[in-house]
Design a protein around this ligand. Structure first.
Ligand code: F6P
Length: 325
């Protein structure tokens, strides 16, 4: 196995709060372990274009608390072509980069997996996505911050919903996983969470809404995952309104504000741990694994096992939500 002297670092795919904390941890752990660090800007696009610059300790000063990614990010279709990956590999060789730490979500890790196999190039991934949809880790960087954002927004909506005795359908992100919708609903005391992959019986749903109104609830808030195949918050608002036009129904789509903001303490801590674990992994000779956290311990999950479809939500939580709403 060739000796590693210089480590490249890259953020790709959608940004997530805590990516900067991870960049800081990777850079500083690498430097204190005697490695040179080079930062790739603009995700896999920047890797193909050769947008690569050396990083010193001071390049990552004062970023631990910043949302987004100072390296910028992108979605790159070219990286999913053999020609694009070949150019990326040539740039790494020209820059004398011997290993890559990639920070991102499912698509980013799938890209790293293909690249690592194709060129026998050492890659370590750090999971960062607000969707929390990666198998092999209890949590991903950015999820806790986004969840807190959802909870705080719903708390605010609750104030106005209660004042006007209204019903709200709040649409949240989360891709095809329902973690933000389900745990957002639990943490903000919502009446229902509508989640991809869990069929909602619309008749029963309408019944339970009516029961809630009978209980003289002063407001009702339903969280809807944006990727719900029925058409999101709008669809359910219309369903309820058609069933009972006397109900005062509103929709709120939280959108991209869920991806921004200062990372929470939890995200900063896991990003720091995972960042430093990525360097330990390379030092120990590990290759092509994602760093994860399971039961509060660092784990290394082979890329082949990091498939998002495998990450299931805990259905018991849905039951608890129904019982206590
Ligand atoms: O994967 C992160 C995520 O925020 C998803 O939750 C959401 O479905 C998607 O990105 C939104 O993408 P865009 O920024 O292209 O609208």
């Amino acid at each position: 196995m060739a000796e590693i002297k210089c480590i490249g670092i890259i953020t790709a795919g959608y940004d997530a709060p805590g990516m900067n904390t991870a960049i800081r941890a990777v850079t500083r752990s690498a430097i204190s372990n005697g490695y040179k660090v080079k930062a790739v800007y603009r995700g896999y696009k920047g890797l193909i274009d050769g947008d690569i610059h050396e990083f010193k300790t001071q390049n990552v000063s004062n970023i631990i608390q910043q949302g987004g990614t100072i390296l910028k990010s992108s979605q790159s279709e070219d990286f999913f072509t053999p020609e694009g990956r070949k150019r990326a590999f040539e740039n790494l060789q020209n820059e004398e980069i011997d290993a890559l730490v990639v920070i991102g979500g499912d698509g980013t890790i799938q890209g790293a997996r293909i690249f690592a196999q194709e060129f026998d190039f050492p890659c370590i991934a750090i999971p960062a996505t607000i969707d929390n949809n990666l198998f092999g880790t209890d949590t991903t960087i950015g999820y806790d911050t986004a969840l807190n954002t959802v909870m705080q927004c719903v708390d605010k909506i609750r104030d106005t919903a209660t004042s006007h005795s209204r019903m709200f359908f709040v649409e949240v992100m989360g891709d095809d996983a329902g973690f933000l919708a389900l745990n957002g609903a639990l943490s903000a005391g919502c009446e229902e969470a509508i989640i991809p992959g869990i069929n909602l019986n619309e008749e029963e749903f309408l019944q339970s809404i009516k029961q809630g109104i009978k209980k003289k609830k002063s407001s009702s808030i339903v969280l809807v995952a944006a990727n719900d195949t029925h058409g999101g918050a709008m669809h359910y608002a219309e369903l309820v309104k058609n069933d009972d036009p006397s109900l005062d129904v509103r929709i709120s789509i939280l959108g991209h504000l869920q991806r921004g903001g200062h990372p929470s303490a939890h995200d900063r801590i896991i990003a720091s741990r995972m960042g430093s674990a990525s360097i330990h992994a390379l030092k120990k000779g590990l290759r092509n694994v994602m760093v994860g956290i399971a039961n509060d311990e660092i784990v290394y999950v082979p890329f082949s096992k990091v498939i998002r479809e495998n990450r299931q939500i805990n259905r018991n939580l849905l039951e608890i939500l129904h019982n206590i709403s």
